[in-house]
Design a protein around this ligand. Structure first.
Ligand SMILES: CC(C)(COP(=O)(O)OP(=O)(O)OC[C@H]1O[C@@H](n2cnc3c(N)ncnc32)[C@H](O)[C@@H]1OP(=O)(O)O)[C@@H](O)C(=O)NCCC(=O)NCCS
Length: 175
């Protein structure tokens, strides 16, 4: 398995990445995964991919949001058949290296909880927000725990971002 900069000129990789995006986030990208890939591969952004044999099995992208210092990690996807083998972590580390080389000092991301997967869902987060963040628990494989394992910290939450009781959890890491 190889992790390298996303090869935008290879149509097969772009197609496989679009399919992966649509499969992982059908509610967001089932009808517009190719359009989203165009945006993800925009010149000012950076993306890395994991390739096994001649197939793309995962990728990650970052967006410069605060000049060159603060970058948003978006998206991150690993093909289901290849998960829990360290590929997601390696993609993020490779992306952090690329971002740091471009002047980035912090990477951050929003990880939604739309489907009741953490204790932050289904409650009023405007009441006692920081205590609730401090005692967060993972109810069903929510990826916030993956990010914690690779050094990201919860730095805030946007209550109701995806509807009442469906927050977006914000995490960041100094790279
Ligand atoms: C999240 C995702 C990228 C993780 O990729 P991966 O290749 O399986 O991750 P890794 O194998 O590098 O995992 C590193 C550690 O995080 C843990 N982990 C991974 N996903 C996790 C999850 N959803 N919940 C809790 N822990 C998780 C692993 O068990 C592993 O722990 P260990 O070091 O103690 O063994 C992958 O599950 C995925 O593509 N999910 C669907 C898309 C998605 O949710 N993207 C993130 C949106 S914000």
């Amino acid at each position: 398995m190889d992790i390298k900069l996303f090869d935008k000129s290879d149509e097969q990789y772009v197609k496989e990445a679009a399919n992966l995006l649509a499969a992982c986030f059908p509610h967001a990208y089932s009808n517009c995964a190719f359009e989203e890939m165009n945006v993800i591969l925009d010149e000012e952004r950076v993306a890395v991919m994991a390739v096994e044999g001649s197939h793309l099995i995962g990728f990650a992208g970052a967006i410069p949001q605060y000049g060159v210092t603060g970058w948003e990690l978006h998206p991150l996807v690993v093909n289901e058949a290849y998960r829990s083998k360290g590929i997601g972590s390696q993609l993020v580390y490779a992306l952090e290296k690329e971002v740091a080389a471009r002047g980035g000092i912090v990477m951050y991301l929003g990880t939604d909880d739309e489907f009741g997967k953490t204790t932050l869902s289904g409650i009023d987060l405007f009441d006692g927000l920081f205590e609730k963040i401090q005692s967060i628990r993972n109810l069903e494989n929510h990826p916030y725990e993956f990010y914690q394992k690779i050094g990201y910290k919860i730095v805030g939450v946007i209550p109701d971002a995806n509807g009442y009781g469906k927050p977006d959890i914000w995490m960041a890491k100094r790279i």
